[in-house]
Design a protein around this ligand. Structure first.
Ligand code: C2E
Ligand code: MG
Ligand code: MG
Ligand code: MG
Length: 297
């Protein structure tokens, strides 16, 4: 009976379900089978020193590669994963894969760093810092080569708790970046209490550099803020030479965006980095190779 009832309930619910709910359910199933199988990949977007062009590191960005139509990106599937309880296993997969890749790069003498996005739900779970500690120990990588990216909104929602977790992670030697900065509601007072290393100014401002005076004003203010708080600044969403020039002239040190490269699968990222060193060597023949693919010592 219970079975019959459940079945009837399911049919009833199905008929009532909107297209959106059905889509969410499909994405949830796809995430689960990607986790069980081999459907997850990391792509890597170079983070570049704007003054020299050298690659400083990469941001790891999760991709669902399951050959099911339509393809869905993380802006779509991360919120689904957060709502259905899959974000913790997904986030752990990402962290493991990124650290394994970093260990491989380091073993081959490539001095890259990796930035890992962490969902607020993952980051607030008890034991997150312990997970990071075990991961670092198991992979043997230098903790300072790992950057954890948390969004401004995630941190500000529960500031006291966030500070405690961030301090635990930071004590491991890992770096911390505040992602999508400028879109949330940080007060300057709360910002200065966070144990941060980097601010990542949100791409919405950077992409409007050429067209919107207000966006330029926000960028100028964030550059000044990062200086006074002694934080490194990364500009996301650099799509044009003009945006690059604007940021460079104002002393923003780091950036990423389609102007340099889209997020790339592993082999393409490595090819891109190799080509980058060549171009630099040609452009700056007298500079010491204090960056790029130099050997770790
Ligand atoms: P995010 O962390 O702010 O990552 C930057 C996003 O901007 C990436 O989108 C990247 O492809 C895109 N982007 C970079 N440069 C440009 C540019 O010049 N122009 C434009 N239009 N876009 C650019 P992606 O990979 O689709 O990721 C979207 C968001 O999904 C990420 O934003 C992050 O919040 C989330 N995400 C991605 N991977 C993960 C993950 O492994 N874990 C978690 N929790 N979230 C992730
Ligand atoms: Mg990010
Ligand atoms: Mg961002
Ligand atoms: Mg984002």
């Amino acid at each position: 009976q219970a079975k019959g009832k459940g079945r009837a309930g399911y049919v009833f619910y199905s008929a009532e379900m909107g297209a959106q709910a059905q889509f969410t359910l499909d994405v949830e199933r796809r995430l689960q089978s990607a986790l069980d199988g081999d459907g997850l990949r990391l792509h890597y977007q170079p983070i570049v020193n704007l003054a020299t062009g050298a690659v400083e590191g990469v941001e790891a960005l999760l991709r669902l590669e399951d050959d099911v139509a339509p393809p869905v990106g993380p802006a779509t599937f991360v919120p689904v994963a957060e709502s259905c309880g899959l974000i913790a296993p997904l986030g752990e997969w990402v962290a493991r894969a990124a650290c394994a890749q970093l260990a491989d790069w380091h073993s081959r003498g490539l001095p890259l760093s990796v930035s890992i996005n962490v969902s607020p739900l993952q980051f607030r779970r008890p034991g997150f810092a312990a997970f990071v500690r075990r991961l670092l120990a198991a992979s043997g990588i230098a903790p300072r080569r790992v950057m954890i990216e948390v969004t401004e909104t995630a941190v500000m929602e529960n500031l006291a708790e966030a500070i405690a977790v961030l301090q635990e992670i930071k004590a491991l030697g890992v770096k911390i970046a505040l992602d999508d900065f400028g879109t949330g509601y940080s007060s300057l007072a709360s910002l200065s209490t966070l144990p941060l290393d980097k601010l990542k100014i949100d791409q919405s401002f950077v992409r409007r550099i050429g067209s919107d005076r207000a966006s330029r004003a926000v960028i100028d203010a964030v550059i000044a803020l990062s200086r006074s708080l002694d934080l490194e600044l990364v500009a996301e969403g650099i799509e044009t030479e003009a945006a690059l020039r604007y940021l460079r002239e104002r002393g923003c040190h780091l950036g990423q965006g389609y102007h340099f490269s889209r997020p790339l699968p592993l082999a393409e990222l490595e090819a891109w980095c190799a080509g980058q060193v060549l171009r630099e060597a040609q452009a700056l023949p007298v500079q010491k190779p204090a960056h790029g693919l130099r050997r770790l010592h």
